[in-house]
Design a protein around this ligand. Structure first.
Ligand SMILES: [Zn+2]
Length: 372
């Protein structure tokens, strides 16, 4: 299960921290307090290493946030929607609702991230110089921040998708070939190649006694490897979904059930018998909501006899609708954007059908089984 907390909102973007972030925050502070600062400043009292270490960690993550915000602000200025930024175990990720539609937009959006990290590094280096005669601990913090931000910018510039440099590479190939899928494939290949280099380098370092650094680099490699594959699949998925319309995905002729129908009965007499996945919940013609297989699965089996359809359904006010001609990406964006399991397909104020998450999965599964 993914756990994350919302810590604030900047420029209308929700900022979340993932549970894994706490682990890395602790680990990072520990490395700073136990190794980095003591080696350069052996005369500090012990508590000071931890305070300075923790402040450095917080400011480092603020720099990562700055990097992601830069991507997001450019995306917003290009008319994209940015839902949230999540800080997690290896940095940050901005959830931009759609892939960029033009190569030049992608280029600029990707490039601004590393550029921001270099700018932050320059500011930190300036602060280091200014603070050096005044406060040794503050100067030490900014010196490290300057270093880590250069590293962050340089790492992100590596030309492997889905890193920023990989996106830049993709946008350049895309510009010349006009083929997003092909350019993603090439950029992802580079991404995975870099991932292998990282894993091998980490492995080598571990055997040379640099255990923590080695593990760190291997983790980054592993993360990159899976992200490169995922990014590629996402593009393929978007490509596939752009060719299908809501009316091809939806379940038609939806039956309606009363809101006081016990969930057990819904399962036994409707879901299992009719093999339908979605039902309209309505009382005397008045639509209350929609219930899908996924809604039923939200509650444990032993609660099925006592719970009723009206409790597990997605209420009408939470549902967003699509029209029959909307493409699969629009449908998916509605489903993921509001974290709901079903979206009614409406035409002229009438429900034509319902698309559930499983319908999209089913569609994708069928295509990939058939090798299309
Ligand atoms: Zn970036």
């Amino acid at each position: 299960m993914k756990v994350s907390w919302r810590i604030g909102r900047i420029f209308g973007i929700d900022i979340h921290i993932d549970a894994s972030w706490l682990v890395i925050f602790g680990l990072f502070t520990w490395i700073m307090a136990s190794y980095y600062f003591p080696s350069g400043n052996p005369h500090w009292p012990k508590w000071q290493y931890w305070v300075v270490g923790a402040i450095t960690s917080i400011l480092f993550f603020a720099s990562v946030l700055g990097h992601e915000l830069a991507h997001s602000l450019v995306a917003i200025s290009q008319g994209e929607k940015v839902r949230r930024i999540t800080l997690f175990i290896l940095g940050g990720v901005a959830q931009i609702s759609e892939e960029p539609k033009e190569a030049s937009k992608e280029f600029f959006m990707a490039f601004v991230g590393p550029l921001t990290s270099f700018a932050i590094a320059a500011v930190c280096y300036g602060l280091f110089f200014m603070l050096r005669p005044v406060s040794e601990p503050s100067a030490a913090i900014f010196r490290y921040l300057a270093f880590i931000n250069v590293l962050l910018g340089a790492f992100n510039l590596l030309p492997g998708f889905p890193m920023d440099g990989g996106r830049v590479l993709r946008s350049i190939i895309w510009k010349f070939t006009g083929n997003l899928q092909k350019s993603t494939r090439i950029a992802s290949f580079f991404g995975q190649a870099f991932a292998f280099i990282f894993i091998a380098l980490g492995f080598f370092m571990m055997f040379r006694g640099l255990f923590i650094n080695g593990i760190w680099i291997m983790m980054i490699g592993w993360f990159l490897y899976s992200a490169a594959g995922q990014g590629y699949h996402q593009v393929i998925m978007r490509e596939m979904l752009s060719h299908v319309r809501a009316q091809d995905l939806m379940v038609r002729d939806i039956q309606s059930v009363p809101s006081n129908l016990p969930v057990q009965k819904l399962v036994d007499e409707f879901i299992l018998k009719h093999r339908d996945r979605a039902f309209i919940v309505a009382d005397k013609g008045d639509i209350k909501g929609i219930v899908c297989l996924e809604d039923v699965k939200k509650i444990p089996k032993d609660k099925w006899p006592s719970a009723v359809a009206g409790e597990v359904m997605t209420p009408r006010e939470d549902l967003t609708t699509v029209s029959p001609d909307d493409d699969g990406n629009k449908v998916l964006a509605q489903l993921t954007g509001k974290s709901i399991h079903q979206v009614p397909v409406m035409k002229g104020g009438k429900i034509q059908g319902v698309v559930c998450r499983t319908d999209i999965l089913h569609f994708m599964q069928l295509r990939s089984d058939l090798g299309i």
